[in-house]
Design a protein around this ligand. Sequence first.
Ligand code: NAP
Ligand code: ZN
Ligand code: ZN
Length: 349
Amino acid sequence: MPTVIPAIVAPSATEPLFTGTIERRDVGPADVLIDIRWAGICHSDIHTINGDWGAQHYPLTVGHEIAGTVAEVGSEVTKFAVGDRVGVGCMVNSCRECANCLAGEEQYCLNGNVGTYGSKDVDGSTTQGGYSTSIVVTEDFVLRVPESIPFEKAAPLLCAGITTYSPLRHWNAGPGTKVAVVGLGGLGHMAVKIAHAMGAEVTVLSRSLAKKDTALELGADHYFATEDPETLRTLRGSFDLMINSTSAAIDINAYLKMLALNGTLVNVGLPPEALPVRVGNLIGGRRSFAGSNIGGIAQTQEMLDFCAEHGIAPEIEITSADQVNEAWARVLASDVRYRFVIDIETLKS
Ligand code: NAP
Ligand code: ZN
Ligand code: ZN
């Protein structure tokens, strides 16, 4: 018998979220039941409910930045025990047989991974996310949260952390590389902290000067406002790697021109609109335009351990279950420094 639990529910693409209920499956032999304590708010939650990326099955509960405590384990579970501090990110399963799964890149599963919400689960039901009091997940998709990471700050690492860590690692950010972070939101501010810890020289490209002081505190070496046309001219040919985390379409050609020879602009931001590239901007500098999607399970654990080792955690603002609509409005207005985290205790009471 499924268990009915409290959750924050989106009834449709256009109506406000409300506090309702969802169902969780029984704990199977390989499953872990997690009591959710903290849930981060990712811009992807909003894109999804808005239908920016396609139609959804409503009602839907989103949330894929989950931190909680193991409450029960299935009979075959070996990696976790009751009481462990754990996390769940954007995936809860994958085929585990395709070339990409076997390479540890489950996020690129050729048969489609099972997303934490809005995805078809193995039993045919639609997955429901972390704006809820508990979740049942197969142990292979559960992450261990190191003790030194403050629990409330662990949640955003499960999406914003890994989504920026993965391309920074793949494109070898480190001493001697010049990295630009475009858009200083939830993802962007983690990109700054992680790239700085990797030893790269970090530049923030934000729309205005409003976030300059905090960006430098996060570890940025330089900061420019992109609303100033001088910025694009000054920075022509500058960067080895640009991480574009903006949630809306930008003039990508203007940004490609800021890449150095052999530089790569990686989109992690996923706006609903296309970003048309003028090929001359790639040819003139052997430049690449790339994309990157979260990270595999093993790399997500590596990122958590890296953050623990380097004392890295997101800057957060804690919100409550009855304030999530207001929090979403503030995310859309880029008015959060830099990630909202829902205190799930407020959903239990
Ligand atoms: P966020 O906190 O809202 O940050 C987005 C940032 O984009 C804002 O802080 C703002 O930076 C900039 N921005 C917003 N509107 C803009 C506009 N109209 N023009 C130019 N810049 C604008 O969002 P997030 O949670 O970091 O997510 C960012 C994007 O990444 C979303 O599209 C999300 O769906 C996507 N995402 C992708 C993955 C993946 O695996 N690839 C994972 C998670 C999220 P400034 O104010 O500094 O200019
Ligand atoms: Zn996300
Ligand atoms: Zn697969």
